[in-house]
Design a protein around this ligand. Structure first.
Ligand code: ADP
Ligand code: ZN
Ligand code: ZN
Length: 834
């Protein structure tokens, strides 16, 4: 026997490793880099970039990975294993997708595998579900097992097989690997690996007419001479009717419509009049592929459209700053029409929550079967179908949330990113923590001449800054459609309200009066209460004064854990305030009332009104959100109280009054973007008021009526807010004047996480001293029993520095994890955190 055969572990493999070359493969894990596998000779011609292959990692882990590139050289330092199998003949992703993955991984500091996991619909991610199989030879003497081992062994004895996920449920723990390892070592069970493809196209049984009866004469002859089996005749008549009205007849539908039985249908099949056939069907509803534009742009809209077209000749990205109800959507529709006529594809992105049936219906009306919808409420099967139809070019327009940027467009011409300021474009957890808007801009750049429109009534400071500096084009649309005026905003000073129990004041007398007036006229009210933010703030219960930072215009945030007040602009901490600086009193309360309590109080105050609530808790189900919106549209609700959800992308005709219940809650928020966010939210929610004919009214309740943001809101003065805010950002080097990387450290021991964060920061100090903020304990110092620390890095906007810093941070993370006591500290980098 020759040496080479002895060394070849895969002796049942006919080829010698590497004869077919090598491949860099992305597998859906957080690995520091992609690994290389060898292509066995018999797969040489089939392994292509973009295709999935089955590979082994470690002893018995199997993954479906995607081939990133073919390599001719063997890696220098290790012996690659063979690819086991090829899963796709045709690539599932294009070169552009993999470039996007690579960019996201490097920009947002994660692995390409993590991006892959987020990008592909679940059905493409083959599940290597580890199954444990009971070892019959072990018997049932479990006396040597500990408690948890015993539980699992017992379950295995009864069920014979258990999935890893079932073991996890059984033990209520995710740390089952060591235990399973022990059970395997004790030979209680062994591991069974199953790699299976889970996508199966939906099949339907169709009913067809025998071709003998295709002509009218033959058919009437048959019907006229029918003698026995009247039920079968009825069924046949139903069939003919259905065929004439809908073209194709599905068996289940026919039986339902006719009330006939399976046996009666069988009778007709036996007589060779009808026959049945199983076919794979599209899960997508069929709509005609046509473009229908049934409106004309107004003069100002037409001019904005022209400007966009002009700008797009020289700029890749153009910002459309158009106030609410100015008709931005109609402008997008015209642009989409252009692109469809050119045979190109369009990606239309919206924040998840704004993807309501309202906007879907509106676009389907214009683009019918050209348009596809891609978002998390859709089933995995539907997503695979959209994926394939985007890939083969059948779908020209996709309306989707941030993850739709991962779809395999073949000929992308335009990306529309509506409500571009919305923070939900940024993925928070898990990695990749990418911003869908920014990823889309990069992605569009990979196509020849593809353009991006960012649209908003309240642009993000970053985008508006880019537009004013000339990096992006800028088009403004300052007129609401139909001569609609902007709503009139009145500020209610809650300090002036006399009430026995100030803690309960959510509805000021002026607000109650206004609500009564509006519902008395049979019009509708929206009340907005931002429940986000667990961070309570202190308010003087006598005069409403809120402690502020000495150096910044922000309210201090109360940290429960440390019992301190903290400024999140400059980091200064203060002891809790015991005496009110305005009135000298000593009683403070913590303000934090939620929508649920408000709903209750509304019902009490307006017993005859129909009150409904819209927040995360009330829209859990698949359609709950749409149902609430429809009920509101149909005027079956008088007062709708809700969180930010009521703000997004909705267009109601009968809302005369919008109430912002607690503007303070928006203004105290612990973030350098607090003023920008507060303005955006209030301006957007105000936009819900007075869509048609009448001027809407907005009431804002606050204890800080002089707050500059409220002044800008009252004047609808976005640019004023922008100027002031930009000045502050410059002074404190916040974006857009810097790039921020937010690092979060997590561990179950408080002292360990504190030391880890400090040592991490200290190691960076000699290089980055001037740009570090922290480490500090965040507002919520502990989540799910993990203590947190955070460190902010503010980097100058210079690509070389940023790239170097990311490298240093990753290296420092690796060093930290080599330290014995910090091994289990989680470090999470978040680039461009929002
Ligand atoms: P935005 O997205 O800027 O808030 P929309 O596009 O939703 O504004 O327009 C607000 C309302 O005005 C919608 O009901 C829309 O149908 C209507 N509208 C806007 N422009 C036109 C137009 N040119 N013709 C007919 N209706 C229009
Ligand atoms: Zn006071
Ligand atoms: Zn401060």
């Amino acid at each position: 026997m020759s040496n080479s055969i002895l060394n070849n572990e895969a002796s049942d493999n006919p080829s010698v490793s590497g004869q077919g070359g090598y491949a860099e493969i992305i597998i859906p894990l957080a690995l520091p880099k992609n690994y290389t596998w060898a292509i066995p000779e018999h797969l040489e011609d089939t392994v292509k970039p973009g295709c999935r292959v089955e590979v082994n990692l470690g002893k018995n882990k199997k993954y479906a990975g995607i081939v990133k590139q073919l390599l001719s050289e063997k890696p220098e330092f290790f012996e690659p294993k063979d690819i086991l199998n090829i899963i796709d003949v045709e690539p599932v992703v294009f070169e552009q997708q993999m470039k996007l993955w690579e960019w996201i991984a490097s920009y947002y500091m994660c692995s390409e595998g993590e991006v892959m996991a987020a990008a592909l619909p679940a059905h493409f991610k083959l599940s290597s579900e580890t199954i444990l199989v009971y070892n019959e030879e072990y018997g049932d003497d479990f006396s040597t097992l500990d408690h948890d081992e015993y539980l699992v062994a017992e379950a295995l004895l009864i069920k014979k097989e258990l999935k890893l996920s079932e073991v996890q449920e059984l033990l209520d723990s995710s740390h089952v690997y060591p235990l399973i390892n022990r059970l395997i070592n004790k030979k209680v069970c062994f591991v069974w690996e199953a790699l299976k493809q889970t996508y199966s196209p939906k099949k339907e049984t169709y009913v067809l007419l025998n071709t003998d009866y295709d002509n009218e004469d033959k058919l009437s002859e048959l019907l006229n001479n029918w003698t026995r089996a009247p039920k079968q005749l009825e069924l046949l008549l139903s069939y003919i009717h259905l065929m004439k009205t809908s073209g194709e007849v599905i068996k289940s539908e026919l039986l339902k419509k006719s009330g006939a039985s399976d046996a009666q249908l069988k009778g007709l099949v036996e007589k060779k009049i009808l026959w049945t056939e199983k076919r794979t069907i599209d899960r997508l509803q069929y709509l005609p592929r046509e473009v229908q534009i049934d409106f004309r742009l107004t003069e100002s809209q037409e001019s904005a459209l022209q400007q966009i077209r002009d700008q797009m000749r020289s700029k890749q990205v153009c910002l459309l700053y158009g106030i609410t109800s100015s008709g931005k959507t109609n402008i997008y529709i015209k642009l989409i029409e252009d692109l469809i006529r050119q045979g190109k594809q369009v990606l239309y992105m919206l924040p998840e929550i704004a993807l309501t049936s309202q906007i879907i219906r509106r676009l389907q009306k214009h683009f019918g079967g050209y348009i596809g919808i891609y978002h998390s409420r859709f089933s995995q099967n539907e997503r695979v179908e959209i994926w394939n139809k985007v890939k083969n070019g059948e779908l020209r327009v996709v309306l989707g949330a941030r993850s739709s940027v991962f779809l395999p467009f073949s000929d992308l011409g335009l990306v529309i990113c509506d409500e571009e300021h919305d923070t939900s474009y940024k993925q928070q957890d898990p990695a990749p923590r990418y911003n869908g808007r920014d990823a889309a801009i990069y992605f569009a750049g990979l196509f020849n001449n593809a353009k991006v429109i960012l649209g908003s009534g309240t642009p993000s400071i970053e985008s508006y800054y880019n537009a004013t500096t000339g990096k992006y084009g800028l088009v403004e649309l300052m007129q609401r459609y139909g001569e609609l005026r902007l709503p009139l905003i009145t500020i209610i000073d809650t300090k002036k309200i006399v009430h026995k129990d100030r803690n309960k004041i959510m509805l000021s007398p002026s607000l109650v009066e206004a609500v009564n007036e509006v519902i008395g006229r049979n019009r509708q009210v929206i009340l907005f209460q931002n429940r986000r933010g667990y961070s309570p703030y202190q308010v003087c219960s006598t005069c409403g004064w809120i402690p502020q930072c000495k150096y910044c215009d922000v309210s201090l945030t109360f940290h429960k854990l440390t019992n301190k007040l903290v400024c999140h602009y400059c980091g200064t901490t203060y002891p809790p305030v015991l005496t009110c600086a305005a009135c000298g009193n000593h009683t403070f309360m913590q303000r934090n009332f939620g929508t649920e309590r408000i709903e209750e109080q509304l019902q009490e105050t307006f017993p005859d009104a129909k009150v409904a609530r819209m927040d995360i808790d009330t829209v859990r189900g698949k359609n709950a959100h749409d149902v609430l919106i429809q009920q509101f549209e149909q005027k079956r609700i008088d007062i709708l109280v809700g969180t930010q959800m009521v703000v997004k992308g909705l267009d109601f005709d009968n809302v005369d009054l919008v109430g912002i219940l607690d503007a303070d809650g928006l203004l105290h928020f612990a973030d350098f973007r607090v003023n920008e966010r507060a303005f955006q939210l209030m301006e957007q929610v105000s936009g819900r008021a007075g869509r048609k004919e009448e001027t809407g009214k907005v009431l804002v309740q606050t204890s800080q009526p002089a707050h500059p943001v409220l002044q800008f809101v009252q004047q609808h003065d976005y640019k004023g807010m922008f100027r002031v805010e930009l000045e502050k950002r410059k002074q404190f080097s916040y974006p857009p004047f810097s790039r921020i990387i937010h690092l979060s450290f997590r561990h179950k021991m408080k002292d360990i996480v504190e030391r880890a964060a400090r040592e991490f920061a200290d190691a960076l100090r000699n290089r980055y001293e001037a740009w570090l903020v922290g480490p500090a304990e965040p507002v919520v110092g502990r989540i799910r029993n993990q203590y947190l620390m955070e460190l902010l890095v503010k980097l100058p906007r210079d690509t070389k520095t940023i790239v170097q810093c990311k490298k240093d941070l990753l290296e420092q993370m690796a060093i930290l994890h080599q330290h014995k006591s910090f091994r289990s500290v989680t470090v999470v980098p978040d680039v461009d955190a929002v």
